[in-house]
Design a protein. Structure first.
Length: 310
């Protein structure tokens, strides 16, 4: 299947980006994309540019420079980038604007993850996080169980993490922790998603700000979500974040299910332990395919100059 369509995958802007990282992500993407059943081959791209602490204007200028070279390599029937770590609707907007400036074409199908007002698809922002949680719910269903009432942790607090948290809460799970690369917020009452969205999506601030208004919560600097006891863990930050040691803590604390929102977040030692202990496991290739699947639907809408309902 993957041989049939244009290359499709995310763009990542993060200081840890290297050729090796992009290669593994592209490799994963090929299998993931074929699992969607849609006509998309795999690809990945990015830069080791660090967007942290940059102004809007600096982000814009970086995106424009990046596209000044990238535009020769992409196109609706060759290669169609989307977002990944450090690349959200804002960056896609700057990239799209520069593509149009250089080529003179309003070619919607050249990027996905666009804003709704100029060719984006409803549900794309939510798709990866929601998909991961639907996947977990289906795994539990097979085992005669459900997410309702389960104590959960979600790593990261970016696009995938936020919408995983939203869907988990809709399913009646209690999400007690999420994180960024500096530390973890533990809220025993369950995370306040509206506040989290205000901090991360609107103000673009660091996670410790959560405590400013929610003093009952704990900010654990340098700590991971896997230090918090839970039944279900959703790694939604980055590769190799869930180590063998984290896995031991998770199992010892009664952990039963891990479902990967991120690409390859579970380290090999952790995977081995999960197999030994019969931990229910949703591999990212399948569990986070919702994002790219909706990206392909965005391409279909763009090709037909139409918009679909949520
Ligand atoms: P975002 O940039 O929106 O969020 C990333 C989050 O992970 C941030 O909270 C970030 O914290 C944290 N993070 C990033 N790098 C590290 C690190 N080295 N150590 C600890 N925390 C880190 O990215 P996404 O939510 O889009 O992506 C998250 C994961 O999901 C990635 O693995 C991505 O490949 C995967 N994915 C994304 C899809 C999508 O549709 N967006 C689709 C399928 C998979 P901080 O702010 O401190 O950097
Ligand atoms: O890893 C991924 O699947 C993504 N970053 C999304 C790719 C896409 O084309 O939407």
């Amino acid at each position: 299947n993957s041989a049939l369509g244009p290359h499709k995958g995310g763009l990542r802007f993060h200081p840890t980006v290297s050729l090796d990282v992009i290669k593994f992500l592209a490799y994963e993407q090929v299998f993931k994309n074929s699992l969607t059943g849609l006509q998309i081959g795999g690809g990945k791209g990015g830069s080791d540019f660090n967007p942290r602490g940059r102004s809007d204007r600096e982000i814009m200028r970086f995106c424009q420079s990046f596209m000044t070279n990238l535009y020769r390599h992409i196109g609706s029937s060759t290669d169609v980038p989307a977002g990944d770590i450090g690349v959200s609707g804002r960056e896609i907007g700057y990239l799209f604007g520069q593509y149009k400036r250089i080529t003179g074409k309003y070619e919607l199908g050249v990027l996905t993850g666009k804003d709704i007002s100029w060719g984006g698809s409803l549900a794309r922002v939510e798709a990866t996080g929601y998909g991961c949680v639907y996947f977990a719910q289906e795994i539990l269903k097979e085992a005669g169980d459900e997410l309702k009432g389960k104590r959960c942790v979600v790593s990261g607090s970016g696009n995938v993490a936020i919408y995983a948290i939203e869907k988990l809460q809709e399913f009646g799970a209690v999400v007690v922790a999420c994180s960024d690369s500096d530390g973890t917020i533990y809220d025993p009452k369950g995370l306040d998603l509206k506040l989290l969205q205000e901090i991360k999506e609107v103000r673009r601030e660091r996670l410790y700000k959560y405590k400013d208004t929610h003093s009952h919560a704990e900010y654990r600097k340098g700590s991971k979500v896997y230090d918090v006891e839970c039944e279900c863990a959703f790694p939604c930050a980055t590769q190799n974040e869930l180590t063998g040691e984290d896995a031991q803590k998770f199992v010892a604390g009664g952990g039963r299910l891990v479902c990967e929102g991120a690409n390859m977040p579970t380290a090999p030692e952790a995977l081995t332990l999960f197999r030994e202990k019969n931990v229910l496991f949703g591999p990212g290739k399948a569990a986070n395919a919702g994002g790219v699947a909706v990206s392909a639907l965005e391409m279909q809408q763009n090709a037909g100059w139409g918009t679909w309902t949520f």
